[in-house]
Design a protein around this ligand. Structure first.
Ligand SMILES: *[C@@H]1O[C@H](CO)[C@@H](O)[C@H](O)[C@H]1NC(C)=O
Ligand SMILES: *[C@@H]1O[C@H](CO)[C@@H](O)[C@H](O)[C@H]1NC(C)=O
Ligand SMILES: *[C@@H]1O[C@H](CO)[C@@H](O)[C@H](O)[C@H]1NC(C)=O
Ligand SMILES: *[C@@H]1O[C@H](CO)[C@@H](O)[C@H](O)[C@H]1NC(C)=O
Ligand SMILES: *[C@@H]1O[C@H](CO)[C@@H](O)[C@H](O)[C@H]1NC(C)=O
Ligand SMILES: *[C@@H]1O[C@H](CO)[C@@H](O)[C@H](O)[C@H]1NC(C)=O
Ligand SMILES: *[C@@H]1O[C@H](CO)[C@@H](O)[C@H](O)[C@H]1NC(C)=O
Ligand SMILES: *[C@@H]1O[C@H](CO)[C@@H](O)[C@H](O)[C@H]1NC(C)=O
Ligand SMILES: *[C@@H]1O[C@H](CO)[C@@H](O)[C@H](O)[C@H]1NC(C)=O
Ligand SMILES: *[C@@H]1O[C@H](CO)[C@@H](O)[C@H](O)[C@H]1NC(C)=O
Ligand SMILES: *[C@@H]1O[C@H](CO)[C@@H](O)[C@H](O)[C@H]1NC(C)=O
Ligand SMILES: *[C@@H]1O[C@H](CO)[C@@H](O)[C@H](O)[C@H]1NC(C)=O
Length: 475
C-alpha cells in the first residue's frame, strides 16, 4: 500500500511503501529543487557538460510520427499519479491511456523489456547486461526495416556523469540539500542503453547513452534523435521521493519542452509513463499519457481504454517505420496493441482484451531465464523467428544467435542453491570508451575524464578490472 501524501511530511516514510518480495527504499519527504534553470539549459548540478551534440542525421518519415520520446517516472499507482497537480494540468493536452500496464516487478526488468521485448527472468535490480546476439530495439532502429534507413536513437539520463557510462550508479553534488552528503541520483537499472552490449560495447553507439546536459545541447542544436528514452534522476522520477515531488518535477520539465519546437513538433509523440505501479498486490496498471503536437488534436483531453503494455511502445515504433521485430513480447497479440489513435494509420488491428482477461503482470521472481538466479537458462532465441511483427516484417536474427535454442529447449539451474549468480550479473567492463569529456568551461563542476582503456570508475565501487581477470565477480 502506498503512503498517503499527507503522511509524507515526516522526513522519511519507511515501511509503509513495501508490499511485495522486493524491499523498497524509503521515500524521502524532500521538496523539489529545480536541477537547472531550465531543461533547455546545461547545469553545474550535473557532472558532465556536453561537448558534442548528437550527430546530425536524416529524418526518416514514419507513417504516423517522426519522433517518439518516452519519459519514465517510477513506482507509482495509477490513482496516485493521476491525482497529482502536474498530471491534472497535462491531461487536457494529451490522450490518457487508462489501461496501460507494466510487464513485471521491480524496475530493471521493465526497462529491459522496453527495449528487448522480454525481461529474461529478472526479478531484481542487480547489475546486468545482455549479449549482442540478442536483438533489441536498437538493432531494429539501426537496421531500418523495410525502408533500410537507420532511425536515430538515444537515451537521456539525468545525473549520469558522461556519455557511455556503464557504472552501477553515480553519486554527485547534493543540489537538493546543499552541504549535505553527495547523493546517488543516477542508477544504471533505469537506463536501457547501458544494459545492452550492443550499445555499451561500441564506442560510436556508446555516445547515444547520454545525460541531461546533452539533452539541452541536442535540443539547442536541433539534433534530438527520432527515438529517445528519458530517465529523470532518483528524486525527480519519484523513486526516492513522493508523488508531490515528481509532480513538481514534471511541472518544471515538461511545459517548457512541450513549447520547444526543436523537441516537440507536429510529428512528435511524447509518452509520459511509469516503469511499474507501487502496490504489488494490485494489477500493474500505470498512468500513461500520450502528449506532443503529433497527437491528433481532436482527441486531446480524451481517454482510451485499449489494453496496452510497455511492449506497445515497441510494436508502435515497429509499425511506424516498418521495422523488423524482436519476436518476443512485441509480437504477442495480447500484450502489444499499438497506440490506438494511430492503429488505422499504422495498418495494425488491435486485439480487444476485456478487463477480466488482462494478464497478471504483477508477478516477479518466478520466471526462468538467463537473468534468473533460481531458474537460470542460457539466453534463448524467440520461439518463432518466422513470425511477422507489427512492422509487417520478420524477426531480425543476429549473428551468434542459435535459433533452435528456445526457452523450451533449455535446462534450468538453481544457481542460488549452488552459491552462484547468473554470469550476466557482472560488469562487462565496457566503461572505457573514449567519449564525451564535457569540456564545456561554463561551470565549476568539471566532468570526469573518460580515458580510454580505463575500466575502473572511481566512485562507483565497481572493480571492473576483476571482471577482466576472471568473470566471477558477483555483485
Ligand atoms: C511542490 O510545489 C508546491 C508549489 O510550489 C509546493 O507548495 C510544495 O511544497 C512542493 N512539494 C514538493 C514535494 O516539492
Ligand atoms: C477536459 O475534459 C473535461 C471533462 O472530461 C472538461 O471538464 C474540461 O473542461 C476539458 N478541458 C479542456 C481544456 O478541454
Ligand atoms: C561530490 O560530488 C562532486 C561532483 O558532483 C565531487 O566534485 C565531489 O568531490 C564529491 N564530494 C565528495 C565528498 O565525494
Ligand atoms: C559500432 O557502431 C557503429 C554505428 O552503429 C557501426 O557503424 C560500427 O560498425 C560498429 N562497430 C562494430 C565493431 O560493431
Ligand atoms: C550545440 O552543441 C554544442 C556542442 O557541440 C554545445 O556546446 C552547444 O551548447 C549547443 N548549442 C546549444 C544552443 O545548445
Ligand atoms: C508554453 O506556451 C504557452 C502558450 O504559448 C504559454 O502560455 C506558456 O506560458 C508556455 N510555457 C512555458 C513553460 O514556456
Ligand atoms: C507541421 O509543421 C510543419 C513545419 O513546421 C508545417 O509545415 C505543417 O504545416 C504543419 N502541419 C500541420 C498539420 O500543422
Ligand atoms: C496481482 O494482482 C491481482 C489483481 O489483478 C491480485 O488478485 C493478485 O493477488 C496479485 N498478485 C500478487 C502476487 O500480489
Ligand atoms: C502472450 O502473453 C500472454 C500474457 O502474458 C501469455 O499468456 C501468452 O502465452 C503469450 N502468447 C504467446 C504466443 O507467447
Ligand atoms: C547468445 O550468446 C550468448 C553469449 O555468447 C550465449 O551464451 C547464448 O547461448 C546465445 N544464445 C543463443 C540463443 O544463441
Ligand atoms: C533455489 O534454491 C534456493 C536455495 O536453496 C531455494 O530457497 C529456492 O526455493 C530454490 N528455488 C527453486 C525455484 O528451485
Ligand atoms: C551504488 O553502487 C555501489 C557499488 O555497487 C553499491 O554498493 C551501492 O549500494 C549503490 N547505491 C545505490 C543507492 O544504488
Amino acid at each position: 500500500m502506498k503512503a498517503s501524501l499527507a503522511a509524507v511530511s515526516a522526513a522519511v516514510v519507511a515501511t509503509a511503501v513495501s508490499a511485495g518480495p522486493i524491499e523498497k527504499r524509503a521515500r524521502l519527504g524532500l521538496t523539489f529543487v529545480p536541477p537547472s534553470s531550465s531543461p533547455l539549459a546545461q547545469s553545474s548540478n550535473y557532472v558532465g557538460f556536453n561537448n558534442a551534440s548528437y550527430p546530425k542525421h536524416d529524418t526518416v518519415s514514419g507513417k504516423a510520427f517522426d519522433r517518439i520520446v518516452q519519459i519514465w517516472l517510477e513506482n507509482t499507482d495509477y490513482e496516485s499519479a493521476i491525482s497529482t497537480p502536474a498530471m491534472q494540468a497535462l491531461l487536457p493536452q494529451g490522450v490518457l491511456f487508462d489501461n496501460y500496464y507494466a510487464v513485471t516487478h521491480p524496475s530493471e526488468p521493465n526497462y529491459l523489456a522496453s527495449i528487448s521485448g522480454d525481461f529474461w527472468g529478472l526479478g531484481d535490480d542487480t547489475f546486468n547486461h545482455i549479449p549482442s546476439n540478442i536483438t533489441t530495439l536498437f538493432d531494429l532502429l539501426d537496421d531500418g526495416g523495410a525502408g533500410g534507413k537507420p532511425i536515430s536513437y538515444a537515451c537521456y539520463q539525468e545525473n549520469m556523469p558522461y556519455d557511455g557510462f556503464t557504472g552501477f550508479n553515480y553519486t554527485s553534488k547534493n543540489y537538493i540539500t546543499p552541504g549535505a552528503s553527495n547523493y546517488t541520483y543516477y542508477v544504471r537499472k533505469h537506463n536501457p542503453c547501458a544494459m545492452t552490449d550492443y550499445i555499451s560495447g561500441n564506442k560510436t553507439r556508446a555516445l547515444y547513452n547520454r545525460n541531461f546536459n546533452d539533452l539541452a545541447a541536442d535540443i539547442g542544436n536541433n539534433t534530438v534523435p527520432q527515438w529517445s528514452f528519458i530517465t529523470p534522476n532518483m528524486v525527480d522520477d519519484g523513486h526516492d521521493t513522493t508523488s508531490a515531488f515528481f509532480s513538481n518535477f514534471t511541472n518544471y520539465f515538461l511545459p517548457s519542452l512541450l513549447n520547444e519546437t526543436k523537441f516537440n513538433d507536429n510529428r512528435t509523440l511524447i509518452l509520459l509513463t511509469f516503469d511499474e505501479n507501487d502496490s504489488y498486490t494490485a494489477a500493474n496498471r500505470i498512468f500513461t499519457l500520450a502528449l506532443g503536437a503529433g497527437v491528433p488534436s481532436s482527441l486531446k483531453n480524451t481517454t482510451d481504454h485499449t489494453y496496452m503494455t510497455h511492449y506497445s511502445a515497441i510494436s508502435t515504433v515497429q509499425a511506424n517505420w516498418n521495422l523488423k521485430s524482436l519476436g518476443r513480447g512485441d509480437v504477442n497479440k495480447t500484450m502489444a496493441n499499438v497506440f490506438p489513435f494511430w492503429a488505422d494509420t499504422l495498418g495494425y488491428t488491435n486485439t480487444q482484451v476485456d478487463d477480466a482477461d488482462i494478464p497478471m503482470t504483477n508477478l516477479t521472481g518466478i520466471y526462468p531465464g538467463p537473468l534468473s538466479p533460481t531458474a537460470n537458462t542460457l539466453f534463448y532465441a524467440p520461439d518463432d523467428v518466422t513470425v511477422t511483427g507489427a512492422g509487417g516484417q520478420p524477426v531480425l536474427v543476429k549473428s551468434g544467435l542459435n535459433t533452435s535454442q528456445t526457452l523450451a529447449t533449455l535446462p534450468r539451474t538453481n544457481l542460488t542453491a549452488i552459491g552462484q549468480k547468473p554470469v550476466w550479473n557482472t560488469d562487462p567492463g565496457y566503461n572505457n570508451v573514449n567519449v564525451s569529456q564535457g569540456a564545456n568551461s561554463a561551470g565549476t563542476n568539471a566532468a570526469k575524464t573518460n580515458a580510454a582503456a580505463r575500466p575502473f570508475v572511481a566512485g562507483t565501487g565497481i572493480a571492473a578490472a576483476a571482471v577482466f581477470a576472471g568473470f566471477a565477480l558477483f555483485l
